[in-house]
Write a protein that binds this ligand. Structure first.
Ligand SMILES: Nc1ncnc2c1ncn2[C@@H]1O[C@H](COP(=O)(O)OP(=O)(O)OP(=O)(O)O)[C@@H](O)[C@H]1O
Length: 286
């Protein structure tokens, strides 16, 4: 686990250690599928992210947390190239995104899928048509085969077959998330980015969605980058959590490790009223 780089007052504390090096020391076998270095992103005012380093390891479920407005979604969007960087580089599968030809960039873009916060489905298309969009865009398949593949993805995320002909407005919140996930998985990606996947779901729907993500990670070997505020998801799903604050990664570690980090926001988040009832010892032996 890295130590927090900032004190409560915001002053630097101790040495800043790149997360990657920490993990290399801990586990030589880990492979970074995403490597962000020196990322600085802003929108005209003070930067939202500044000189931020991050690694995401193959096959892990990484939770990204931080106070509101700390730049979690900005970081996600920056990694996938939707936000411009003022500085820094992003490597995915060891390829620097800035150096790729448009064709290579397009190819690598097929290796990740994204579930945006509100699902971002096309309202004028059915679920089947939505899921088929990336398939038709990237794969040279007949319409029938594209639809068959889309149906498989719809089944994979646990939606009933009849959901395929429904429009987003006819779906519940949980179904919209699943449909959006089916679309994110359409091209068999290696990485999925999830932006608050359980927001707006009831506790049972959220728990089921968490379970689905874990099952998909276990069966498909996905790497999952998940921005979330959901403590249940963090406790039950993540292998590692990255905490954003002061425009960078303050610290990373497991839920248990983060409980011991001496930083006011982290203490309040991981040991506060809502988090204190998680008995990790009991959960691990259950
Ligand atoms: N396209 C944009 N133009 C201008 N400002 C932006 C843009 N995108 C994000 N921001 C600003 O960047 C900051 C970080 O936004 P971001 O959505 O990443 O926060 P977050 O950590 O995901 O917050 P929350 O937990 O509330 O969703 C905010 O102040 C936001 O207003």
């Amino acid at each position: 686990m890295a130590s927090p780089t900032d004190t409560a007052e915001g002053a630097p504390r101790g040495q800043e250690r790149p997360v990657a090096e920490e993990h290399r020391r801990g586990d030589e076998t880990r492979e970074a599928v995403i490597r962000g270095r020196g990322l600085t992103v802003g929108f005209g005012g003070p930067p939202v992210l500044e000189n931020l380093d991050i690694d995401v390891w193959r096959g892990e479920i990484l939770g990204v947390v931080g106070g509101s407005g700390t730049g979690k979604s900005v970081l996600l969007r920056t990694i996938i190239g939707l936000n411009r960087r003022q500085a820094g580089r992003v490597e995915i599968f060891d390829q620097d995104l800035d150096t790729l030809t448009p064709a290579a960039r397009r190819r690598i873009g097929q290796r990740w899928g994204v579930l945006f916060q509100q699902g971002a489905l096309f309202s004028s298309l059915t679920v089947l048509q939505n899921v088929a969009v990336p398939i038709r865009e990237h794969l040279r398949l007949s319409d029938t085969l594209s639809d068959d593949l889309a149906r498989l993805k719809i089944e994979l995320v646990g939606l009933p077959a009849e959901a395929a002909t429904k429009y987003p407005s006819e779906l519940s919140g949980g179904m919209i998330k699943r449909a959006a996930l089916a679309r994110a998985l359409a091209l068999d990606p290696d990485i999925v980015f999830l932006d608050e996947p359980t927001a707006g779901l009831d506790p049972i729907g959220a728990a089921n969605f968490d379970l689905l993500i874990r099952q998909l990670r276990d069966t498909l070997g996905l790497t999952v980058f998940m921005v979330t505020h959901d403590l249940d998801s963090l406790v039950t799903m993540t292998d590692r959590i990255v905490v954003l604050g002061n425009r960078k990664v303050l610290v990373d570690g497991t839920f248990r490790e983060l409980r011991d980090v001496d930083h006011p926001w982290i203490q309040e988040y991981f040991n506060g009223i809502r988090a204190s009832h998680y008995d990790l010892d009991k959960m691990e032996t259950a």
